[in-house]
Design a binder for this molecule. Sequence first.
Ligand code: PAF
Length: 285
Amino acid sequence: MMDIVRSVADLRGRVAGWRRAGLRVGLVPTMGALHRGHLSLVAAAREWGADRVVASVFVNPTQFGPNEDFARYPRQEEQDAALLEGAGCALLFSPTVAAMYPDGFATTVTVSGVADGLCGTVRPGHFAGVATVVTKLLLQALPDVAVFGEKDYQQLAVIRRFVRDLDIPVAVLGAPTLREADGLAMSSRNAYMTAEQRAVAPTLQRVLQLVADGLRAGGAASVLCAQATASLLAAGFGPVDYVEIRDADTLAPVETLDRPVRILAAARLGATRLIDNIGVSPSAG
Ligand code: PAF
């Protein structure tokens, strides 16, 4: 049976035992409401060489804005625990808000550069909340590897940045986005959509593919992104927060396909905010 621990002391005790036995440890941080995408992160940790994988489930209040979905974010610990156990997870760390942010908590990790723009503009404070909680989780578990989905591509870039900047001794692994049969990126927030919205949602991914085709054909980023925004609005999305093409590593803006790039988009569909991204590289030769 997979155990559940709720205190940092218990988490550290378990990880220390594995370390004494010479085992390598992986961490998969999540906010729960798990789907196959999350379980693929557990598999990625195992493939990396982790002998034991710890998953954390913590709906982190500091990364939600005042008008966002913290209160209604789905919470289903029993179901999540069963899924994690089935995926080969060794331990679930599920702390309370009071354990993570006790009275007097006063520290924030802020990252500039990669955290600015894109979701950083639309969700002020979001990446500081993510960076702070992930720093805590990494220092609490002290894993050899931590795995994050490419679905949240800017988040992954932010995490890579502060892990390097703060010399946190952990390998950060990005894992590819898992998609539904119609191309929609798996997300815990997909559950918010009505049937009609769900039918429209895969348009986001199709529009990104069209931008990728346009880039490969030599199109200019600004024109392609404006067309993509118009297509999303015509399909029923709105507002469109952004459609942008960025350097795949630094997230600096790019105008043509002269290096590996990432096409990123965020748009609302009713009350649900969807994000997605795909990578494109110049063809070799
Ligand atoms: O991607 C998520 O689910 C969250 O942002 C994370 C990394 C678990 C931090 O709360």
